[in-house]
Design a protein around this ligand. Structure first.
Ligand code: SAM
Length: 274
């Protein structure tokens, strides 16, 4: 049955809104695996992105000291507020996660989790990288995104997301999840990943923006050699570009897709010193 809001009503829940990437996880073993991967000890604040109908929120509420669940769908947020009315440790925020300062709503150290809406997965991952980062994160994402997160230089999928994540964190692919684990099933395969900050990140908070911009601009020209990339991105002549690359110890003939996060750091340093 169609609802007046354009979604499809299912089982007494608010209408399912495809435009919000609503694929609800119904497989108990995958829900358990996500909660287990957070390694909760009962004292943590968990921020959950897109709680939906609360399948994962229920497990988190049992294992965490506090859960802040951020849901954009007004009807789902209202339903969750009602459901957790007698559990003050669960707070439901009706908001766009990209507009929320995650560390601020957590109010201190926190862990992050989400079966994230696939239409904004990459912006969410970049949003979650903003300092101060969560002490660990577990996401259910498209399998292809999971592979990009963990890809090494030269591998298919290695790009701006891989470099920016790997400069500050370590990504583990924990579990492949088929479309049948969701209602309604998505068209793509999914995977559970855990992201843990490095003890010594390559890039500190004050360099994060400049690093991200350099990496993103470089991968915007991923098929070009680094000499050309620097000429375009920095408006340099060939000689100037080669001088910076030499200082950074980078062969001007290589392409961005072969550079390690460390090489991008050296390049940022050389450009700054110049
Ligand atoms: N966690 C639930 C589950 O596993 O069944 C729902 C996951 S569903 C893939 C994604 C959820 O994120 C939906 O409930 C959707 O309404 C919500 N959502 C979509 N865009 C959002 C945004 N920008 N901010 C917060 N939540 C969002």
């Amino acid at each position: 049955m169609r609802s007046p809001h354009g979604g499809r009503r299912t089982g007494g829940f608010p209408p399912t809104l495809k435009r919000l990437g609503q694929h609800f996880l119904t497989d108990r073993s995958v829900l358990q695996a996500i909660a287990d991967a957070l390694d909760l000890t009962g004292v943590e604040t968990v921020v959950e992105i897109g709680p939906g109908r609360g399948a994962l929120t229920d497990l988190l509420a049992e294992r965490a000291a506090r859960v802040v669940a951020i849901e954009l769908d007004r009807a789902l947020a209202a339903m969750l507020r009602e459901r957790y009315a007698d559990r003050p440790q669960v707070e439901v925020l009706e908001a766009d996660v990209l507009e929320v300062e995650l560390a601020a709503v957590a109010g201190g150290p926190y862990v992050l989790v989400g079966n994230v809406p696939y239409y904004i997965t990459t912006p969410i991952l970049f949003h979650a990288l903003r300092p101060p980062p969560p002490s660990r994160s577990v996401f259910l994402v498209q399998r292809e995104v999971a592979e990009r997160m963990a890809a090494s230089p030269g591998e298919e999928g290695y790009g701006a997301l891989s470099v920016n994540l790997q400069a500050v964190s370590f990504t583990e692919l924990l579990l492949a999840v088929p479309p049948t684990a969701f209602r309604p099933p998505p068209k793509v395969d999914s995977a559970v990943v855990r992201v843990t900050p490095l003890d010594t990140p390559l890039i500190g908070p004050s360099d994060a923006d400049a690093y991200r911009k350099l990496v993103q601009a470089s991968f915007g020209l991923r098929r070009k050699q680094m000499r050309r990339v620097l000429r375009t991105v920095r408006g340099l002549d060939a000689e100037g570009a080669e001088a910076f690359l030499k200082t950074a110890g980078i062969d001007p003939d290589v392409r961005p897709e072969t550079l390690t996060p460390e090489a991008f750091k050296r390049l940022l340093g050389a450009l700054r010193a110049g």
